[in-house]
Design a protein around this ligand. Structure first.
Ligand code: NAD
Length: 296
């Protein structure tokens, strides 16, 4: 049994904390939302009244917070001053690379081991304990990080030093956004050309256009495996979340002087989709924009 502090019990963190409790660890859980803490307690965690109380005796501290400013503030003001120096600190939120590196530096200066470990996989994977983690940390800390994440993970990969986990996450999701838009555009053109969606699915799945967005997450209902398209684009990975990750990628590209014109176009299209009120729909619903069914 390991003493784990879990901070941030939202859509993702709730299921992740529950899996740590299921693995017989003692999980002290905190969230600003009392309802989220209550759900964690029902799943076997212990309620903490503050971040300070949650981390006070922790061997491992895991955060799953919305964005960079939340992570910076919680670490600087609450975790670093209150956790035992021996605690392993792991941030699983998706945040900007700079924030991850700032928090890593502050943690190291205060004498802590720290890892950025964002995840691939949505709410269902968080609940099932089948997330993929991409980790930025000292090579010597990776085995401990991998063991700490095991109850929540299907695979954990060392991406490199601090910030590399976040870099991997935004590069992967930029590619996903671009590939989904390409897939949607191809299906929309196929429809206009009178080509049946199931025929195009079968052919593209076995041809050079094949990609995950076609074979595993097809944006057209009734075609291929079950996807959010088969349930009105509800659930899955929200377009607003994809937009958040595409913005992070563009910010990182601007700072690094990288040319990412496809990523920029993907951000513009998801921003338009979001502005039209579809941010809550699964990101594959963007096919409606490309069919011209959403105002632009
Ligand atoms: P969420 O908004 O459901 O949960 C975030 C939780 O953090 C909320 O419950 C909120 O009350 C809590 N919180 C905010 N500030 C806090 C503070 N100071 N102290 C304690 N708790 C605080 O978000 P989510 O969907 O769980 O996503 C969390 C992170 O995971 C985000 O960075 C997101 O980009 C990333 N992510 C989400 C998904 C997904 O499908 N939802 C997939 C991969 C990665």
């Amino acid at each position: 049994m390991t003493r784990i502090a879990f901070i941030g019990l939202g859509n993702m963190g709730g299921g992740m904390a529950a899996n740590q409790a299921k693995a017989q660890h003692q999980v002290r859980a905190f969230d600003l939302s009392a309802a989220a803490v209550e759900r964690a307690v029902a799943a076997g965690c212990l309620a903490a009244a503050s971040v300070a109380e949650a981390v006070a005796e922790a061997e491992i501290v895991i955060t799953m917070l919305p964005a960079g400013p939340h992570v910076r503030a919680v670490y600087a003001e609450q975790i670093l001053p209150n956790a035992p120096k021996s605690a392993l600190l792991i941030d699983c939120s998706t945040i900007d690379v700079d924030s991850a590196r700032v928090v890593a530096r502050q943690a190291a200066e205060a004498g802590f081991r720290f890892a950025d470990a964002p995840v691939s996989g949505g709410i269902m994977a968080a609940e099932a304990g089948t997330l993929a983690f991409m980790v930025g940390c000292e090579a010597s800390d990776f085995a401990a990080v991998e063991a700490a994440l095991a109850p929540m993970s299907r695979v954990t990969i060392h991406a490199g030093d601090h910030g590399a986990g976040q870099a991997a996450k935004i590069c992967n999701n930029m590619l996903l956004g671009v590939s989904m838009l390409g897939t949607c555009e191809a299906f929309a053109l196929a429809e206009k050309l009178g080509l049946a969606a199931d025929r195009f699915f079968e052919i593209a799945s076995k041809s050079s256009g094949q990609c995950w967005s076609i074979t595993s997450y097809c944006p057209v209902p009734g075609v291929g495996p079950q996807t959010p398209a088969d349930r009105g684009y509800e659930g899955g990975f929200a377009s607003a979340m994809m937009l958040k990750d595409l913005k992070l990628a563009q910010e990182a590209a601007a700072k690094a002087g990288a040319s990412t014109p496809m990523g920029a176009q993907a951000e513009a299209l998801y921003a338009l989709f979001d502005a039209n009120g579809f941010g809550g729909k699964d990101f594959s619903a963007v096919i409606e924009l490309l069919r011209g069914r959403v105002a632009d």
